[in-house]
Design a protein around this ligand. Structure first.
Ligand code: HEM
Length: 548
C-alpha cells in the first residue's frame, strides 16, 4: 500500500490517531465526563497537559498502542479458553490497560477561540450539533431534544472518556486526571458524576457483551485495510474474515483514501480501488474522526412484553420473534445462516430456540451439519459470513427491516440500477458504514442485584466516521427511519427498524406473507447526545500550544 504523490494517502498514521477510533478501547468499565472549558487560554493549557501527560494522557492511548494491546488480549483469551474451558480464567487477570480519549464539540472549538476561517470550513451538520439535527434524525415524541437530560443543551464543550478493566483502576485514573492544576483551572464538569458505561456483569457471565435487551453486541464491525488482514489473501484479498469486506481507512479517519460508491464491473463486491478523500477541512482535522454520541434509554420490560405477545399471537418461539427483529438471535448467531441450523434450507422453524445458545449437540438438538452449532455465535469466521439478497431476497428468513439488515444491508439492492445497467448498490452501501463503540449504562433489569423496571438503563451509543452526514445521519434517516427502504422489497412496505427507529410506533414486516405489516412499539428513546470531533494527538498538542 505504498503512497505516491498522485495516489491518495492510504497508510493510517496510527501513532497520531486516538485509540478509541481505530482499535477501540473494549473495556468493561468506561466513564464519560461532560466538560466545559472555563476560558480559551485555560482550556488550551489543559489540552496541552492531557495530550502529553505520560501517565494518563492521550499520548499513551493512541491507536498503535490500543491495537497492540487488543491483539495480545485476544490471543491470550484463546489460549486461556483452551487451557481452562470453564471460561472463568480471564485475560484481564493477567494483562490490563487503562486508556483516555478526548473529543471536542463545535461549541468547544468556538470556546477555545479557534480561528473563524477554520470554524467556517467544518461540516455543517457538525457545526449545527445533534440537537439542531432533530428533524433529520426524527428525534421527536419522548426523544424530542426539549425532553433531553442535562447537560445536552448545546453547551457541552468536550467529552472525556476514561476506560479500565475494573472499577478501582478506572476511579484511580480519573482521580489522577482531575488532580492536575490544569484540569481544575481549565475545565468545569457539567454533571456531579460521570456517566458510567458498564458491561453487564451484574446479570452474570452470560450477559457480558450483551446489550440490555439481551442480544450480543459488537459482533460485526467494518474491517479496515492495513489493520485487519485477509483471511484468505490468495482467493480473496478484499475480505478479512469471510463476509467482512476490507474498507479504506478514510471512511473513518479524516484525510485518507476512502471507498468509491460506484462499482467495478470486474469485481464481485464493493469497489476495491481507493478513492481520493474530500480534503481534510480544515487541514488540522487530518488523522481525526467525527464522533456521534447518543444516550439511548431502553425499556426492557416493554420490549420483552411485546416479544411475548407477538410470539403468542404468531405461535412462534420468543427466540424467533426477537431474532426476526434484530436479525441475530440473542447469542449473536445470525438468523440468515440457515445452512447450519435445524431445518436447514427453508425459513426458520416456528419453535426454534436460539441455536447459538445450545450448550452442545444433544439427541433433541443434534448438529444439523458439520459445524458445531455453538460456533455460529462465537466464531468470527462463521457469524459474519452471510448476505441478504442472494439467498433471501424477499426477507422470508431475515425480515427486510430487521435491525442489522436496515443498518448494514450488505448485498441488498439499495439503489436503482445505473443507466449502464450496473448495480452499484454494494459499493454505495459501503460508503455508509460506521465504527461502533457503544457500551451499556445502568443496572440490568431484574438482575441479581435488583434493577427495577423503571430504573435508568440503555446504551451509550458511539460511532466514528469521517462524515456524520453521509454515515450516521444517512443510516438513521434514509434506512432506519424510512419504512420504504429497501426500495425494491417485494410484498409491500418493509417497515421501520423495530429497535431504533425514532418514532413511537412503526410498521414492521415480519414475513413477506403478511397482508399488512405489524405495528410495533419502539422501546429505545434518545435522552441526549452531541456531535464531537476526536482530534489527532498532534492537533491536540497544537491547540494546546495556542495554534489554529
Ligand atoms: C439501544 C439501541 C441499540 C441496540 C439495542 C442495538 C443492538 C444491536 C445488536 C444486538 C446488533 C447485532 C450485533 C452486532 O453486530 O454487533 C447491532 C448491530 C448494529 N447496530 Fe445496533 N443497536 C442500537 C443502536 C444502534 C444505532 C443508533 C445505530 C446506528 C444508527 C446502530 C447500528 C448498528 C450497526 C451498523 C450494526 C452492525 C450491523 C452489521 O454489520 O451486521 N445500532 N445493534
Amino acid at each position: 500500500m505504498a503512497t505516491t504523490s498522485t495516489s491518495p494517502k492510504t497508510d493510517l498514521v496510527l501513532s497520531n490517531i486516538q485509540g478509541n477510533i481505530i482499535g477501540g478501547f473494549n473495556k468493561d468499565f468506561q466513564d464519560f465526563v461532560y466538560l466545559k472549558f472555563r476560558s480559551d487560554a485555560a482550556g488550551r493549557a489543559w489540552l496541552a497537559k492531557i495530550a502529553d501527560d505520560d501517565e494518563v494522557g492521550i499520548a499513551s492511548s493512541t491507536a498503535d498502542q490500543v491495537l497492540k494491546f487488543n491483539a495480545q488480549f485476544k490471543a491470550l483469551a484463546v489460549e486461556l479458553k483452551d487451557r481452562f474451558p470453564s471460561g472463568k480464567v480471564k485475560p484481564e487477570n493477567f494483562i490490563q490497560a487503562e486508556w483516555t480519549s478526548l473529543s471536542i464539540s463545535f461549541a468547544g472549538l468556538k470556546a477555545l477561540g479557534v480561528q473563524q476561517g477554520s470554524l467556517d470550513a467544518m461540516p455543517a451538520e457538525f457545526a449545527a450539533g445533534m440537537k439542531s439535527r432533530a428533524t433529520v434524525l426524527n428525534d421527536q415524541g419522548d426523544s424530542d431534544p426539549l425532553k433531553w437530560e442535562a447537560p445536552f443543551d448545546g453547551d457541552v464543550h468536550a467529552l472525556l472518556l476514561v476506560a479500565a478493566d475494573d472499577e478501582a483502576k478506572l476511579g484511580a485514573r480519573l482521580a489522577n486526571i482531575r488532580a492536575s492544576n490544569e484540569y481544575k483551572a481549565g475545565v468545569q464538569e457539567l454533571l456531579p458524576a460521570p456517566l458510567a458505561g458498564r458491561v453487564r456483569h451484574d446479570a452474570g457471565d452470560a450477559q457480558i457483551g450483551h446489550e440490555h435487551f439481551g442480544f450480543k453486541d459488537g459482533v460485526s464491525q467494518p474491517a479496515i485495510r492495513g489493520i485487519d488482514q485477509p483471511f484468505d489473501p490468495i482467493a480473496n484479498p478484499n475480505q478479512a474474515q469471510p463476509g467482512r469486506d476490507l474498507l479504506w481507512g478514510g471512511l473513518f479517519v479524516v484525510g485518507y483514501a476512502t471507498q468509491d460508491p460506484t462499482s467495478d464491473p470486474l469485481v464481485d463486491g464493493p469497489n476495491p480501488t481507493p478513492k481520493n478523500p474530500i480534503p481534510a477541512q480544515p487541514s488540522w482535522t487530518a488523522d481525526g474522526s467525527y464522533l456521534v454520541f447518543r444516550k439511548l434509554a431502553q425499556n426492557v420490560a416493554g420490549f420483552d412484553a411485546q416479544v411475548s405477545a407477538i410470539a403468542a399471537e404468531r405461535k412462534w418461539s420468543e427466540d424467533l420473534v426477537g431474532a426476526k427483529m434484530v436479525g441475530r438471535f440473542k447469542s449473536g448467531c445470525p438468523l440468515e445462516t440457515r445452512k447450519f441450523q435445524p431445518g436447514a434450507g427453508g425459513p426458520p422453524l416456528a419453535n426454534i430456540k436460539d441455536p447459538g445458545a445450545w450448550p452442545a449437540p444433544t439427541s433433541a438438538h443434534p448438529n444439523p451439519g458439520p459445524t458445531p452449532i455453538t460456533l455460529l455465535a462465537d466464531s468470527d469466521n462463521l457469524n459474519l459470513n452471510f448476505e441478504f439478497n442472494d439467498l433471501d431476497p424477499v426477507g422470508a428468513i431475515c425480515p427486510m427491516s430487521s435491525h442489522i439488515r436496515k443498518v448494514y444491508p450488505r448485498d441488498e439492492v439499495v439503489l436503482d440500477a445505473s443507466p449502464e445497467g450496473i448495480d452499484n448498490s454494494e459499493s454505495d452501501t459501503q460508503t455508509h458504514r460506521i465504527l461502533r463503540r457503544g457500551i451499556p449504562y445502568g443496572g440490568s433489569f431484574n438482575s441479581a442485584k435488583g434493577g427495577g423496571k423503571d430504573d435508568p438503563r440503555g446504551l451509550i451509543f458511539q460511532c466514528y466516521q469521517s462524515s456524520i452526514k453521509f454515515q450516521f445521519e444517512f443510516v438513521q434517516q434514509s434506512w432506519v427511519n424510512e419504512p420504504n427502504f429497501p426500495p425494491h422489497a417485494v410484498g409491500g412496505v418493509p417497515g421501520e427498524d423495530p429497535i431504533i427507529a425514532q418514532s413511537d410506533t412503526g410498521p414492521f414486516q415480519f414475513s413477506p406473507d403478511d397482508p399488512t405489516p405489524t405495528i410495533v412499539t419502539h422501546f429505545v428513546t434518545t435522552k441526549g447526545g452531541e456531535y464531537f470531533f476526536t482530534p489527532s494527538l498532534s492537533t491536540l498538542k497544537e491547540l494546546g500550544a495556542g495554534q489554529h
